[in-house]
Design a protein around this ligand. Structure first.
Ligand code: GDP
Length: 295
């Protein structure tokens, strides 16, 4: 995960991590390299620039060069800023409803169905919930089958209605089914398309309006970098979702989406997907991620 970025930042901060004398010149040089590393990670130019400007400001504010261990302080400032950029504290999901309804959105192939299963398994095993998965992709029968396979793997019931092509009606019926059968969480998996289009947006907005979920999550493939950020923005403009799920982080060597998404859409990353298996799910902790990136 993020190996390229970690390596480049490690190189950039190398001088500061050593105990040699630190001057204004090598601080400036370091920040330039940090910026370059962020750009290479597919972080948007403005975010990378603001980031290094903020680090510089903080360093000046704390008189870094006159402290006993200026290098370590600089590394700490970089780590704190990186944590802040990714969201600060970890954010949970709202499970206060009875049932709590969680709506999943995102493009086809983002990992939405896989993540719906992972989340159901996580809530069942770690939070002692009794989830119900609801299949609302009315276009691809294979997507309904896939959710049933996932449900079987984790031992969670799946509600579907193959003859029905109205996702709003299926979502509502699914919630009724949950109420009647003692499920306290409902995870609604919706149809995605290969690119953002009006029809998909209208459909997901209709489902959103009809079921008023406690939590709307946007799922996106981390490996798509800036595209992930742009897609998040398009969905957020229409759906005003509550949080982001970044999938496929196990294959993401660059980290641009993880670093940029929060400051572009102003919504937290809540979960990450780190593999194809059902247990490859983690709550996103910005500070732990910053530690991991900076080694
Ligand atoms: P959907 O179309 O959005 O529902 O996407 P799927 O759930 O079908 O996932 C698309 C592909 O991505 C599948 O082959 C999944 O196994 C794979 N996938 C999903 N999440 C992850 C992840 O976190 N890591 C990896 N490596 N693959 C994933």
């Amino acid at each position: 995960m993020f190996d390229n970025l970690s390596e480049k930042l490690d190189k950039a901060l190398h001088v500061l991590k050593g105990h040699g004398q630190i001057t204004e010149i090598n601080v400036a040089e370091t920040l330039k390299e940090v910026r370059r590393a962020l750009l290479d990670a597919d972080v948007n130019f403005k975010i990378a620039k603001d980031f290094t400007n903020k680090v510089k400001e903080k360093a000046l504010g704390q008189n870094v060069l006159t402290t006993l261990q200026p290098g370590q302080l600089m590394v700490k400032i970089v780590k704190d800023e990186l944590t802040g950029l990714m969201g600060g504290d970890a954010e949970g999901i709202d499970l206060s409803g009875n049932p709590s309804v969680i709506l999943m959105s995102g493009l086809q192939g983002s990992g939405k169905t896989t993540f719906s299963g992972k989340l159901a398994g996580f809530l069942k095993n770690k939070k002692s919930k009794t989830p119900l998965l609801v299949a609302c992709d009315v276009y691809r029968p294979a997507a309904i089958d896939q959710l049933h396979v996932v449900g079987e793997q984790i031992g969670v019931e799946v509600y579907s209605d193959r003859g029905n092509n109205d996702p709003v009606a299926i979502a509502k019926a699914g919630i009724q089914h949950a109420k009647a059968n003692g499920h306290n969480v409902v995870i609604v998996d919706t149809a995605g398309r290969l690119a953002v289009d009006e029809e998909m947006m209208v459909e997901i907005s209709n489902v959103h309006r009809a079921i008023r979920p406690q939590e709307t999550l946007f799922v996106v493939d981390a490996m798509t970098g800036q595209d992930a950020v742009n897609t998040a923005k398009a969905f957020n403009d229409r759906l005003d979702f509550d949080g982001v799920v970044l999938t496929k982080l196990d294959g993401d060597t660059r980290g641009g989406a993880a670093i940029s998404i929060k400051s572009v859409v102003h919504k937290p990353i809540k979960f990450i997907g780190t593999g194809e298996k059902m247990d490859a799910i983690d709550v996103f902790h910005p500070s732990r991620m910053a530690d991991r990136i900076l080694g």
